[in-house]
Write a protein that binds this ligand. Structure first.
Ligand SMILES: NC(=O)c1ccc[n+]([C@@H]2O[C@H](COP(=O)([O-])OP(=O)(O)OC[C@H]3O[C@@H](n4cnc5c(N)ncnc54)[C@H](O)[C@@H]3O)[C@@H](O)[C@H]2O)c1
Length: 248
């Protein structure tokens, strides 16, 4: 029960890594808001979890929507101890000069602007409480980018810099801010990174991961649990690879 009595918001919590983080947080005793744009998936996940979870439909790229998320969480659970900025999208693999402006704007608003918006609406509450833990789900692509996912990778590089800036600014207020950098993982998003899901493309991705397997939602749940728990009370500003050695 490493997160007993904590209240956590997990954006994009209805699928993939977010669902893995939600599952681990619930197992460790937290109350969790599954904050996702996919209402049906969020509600199904919350129903399965019972009283300890609540679904909330949010578009993390919209100011008013994020304001409502903070308000609804405080009304339901009274406080916010942990925020996981996990919701994210990508453009399809493509030459950097061929990605449409609409795709660029979507990646920018969901992966980048959301970190600003959740900070705007949730950090004031954490400051008031004198404590909090924020976790940004970035990517190995933000550290060691590969071709054809350039604007997605750049959004994750931004997230890592934001993590460090937020950490140093918020440390005096007792708020820790960390990131995890997952390597390619078994989630619905994987197909979008690969372009096409064939044995050849899978083998190409796997060949870059020394441990020899894709990452899983469980891997992210375990790393997120540590970084958001009081066990990590001296850890802030870290962007931790959860990547089977891919960034070495
Ligand atoms: N899967 C990978 O290989 C991989 C690797 C590195 C980093 N990541 C990052 O991990 C995070 C989770 O990815 P995943 O693979 O679990 O993806 P996923 O597509 O399985 O889940 C993403 C969730 O975010 C939700 N979402 C999308 N846009 C939203 C919005 N505007 N507002 C609220 N919710 C929204 C979706 O409905 C979905 O439930 C993302 O930030 C992604 O960039 C994924």
């Amino acid at each position: 029960m490493r997160l007993k009595d904590k209240v956590a918001i997990v954006t994009g919590g209805a699928s993939g890594f977010g669902a893995g983080i939600v599952k681990k947080f619930l197992e460790e005793g937290a109350r969790v808001v599954i904050a996702d744009i996919n209402a049906e998936a969020a509600q199904t996940a919350a129903k399965a979890a019972g009283d300890m979870a609540m679904a909330h439909v949010v578009d993390v790229s919209k100011d008013e929507s994020v304001a409502m998320l903070a308000k609804a969480t405080l009304e339901a659970f009274g406080k916010i101890d942990i925020l996981v900025n996990n919701a994210g999208v990508t453009h399809l693999p493509s030459a950097l000069d061929e990605v449409s402006e609409a795709d660029f704007d979507r990646v920018f608003s969901v992966n980048i602007k959301s970190v600003y918006l959740t900070a705007k609406h949730i950090v004031p509450h954490m400051k008031e409480n004198g404590k909090g833990a924020i976790l940004n789900v970035a990517s190995t692509g933000g550290v060691s980018p590969r071709p054809r996912l350039t604007w997605y990778n750049a959004s994750k590089g931004w997230m890592i810099t934001a993590t460090k800036g937020m950490a140093v600014e918020l440390a005096p207020q007792g708020i820790r801010v960390n990131a995890i950098n997952p390597v390619a993982g078994e989630t619905p998003l994987l197909k979008s990174f690969m372009g096409e899901d064939t044995p050849e493309v899978r083998a190409k991705f796997l060949s870059t991961i020394p441990i020899g397997r894709f990452s899983t939602p469980e891997d992210m749940g375990n790393a997120a649990c540590f970084l958001c728990s009081d066990e990590a009370s001296m850890v802030t500003g870290v962007a931790m690879e959860v990547d089977g050695g891919r960034c070495i």
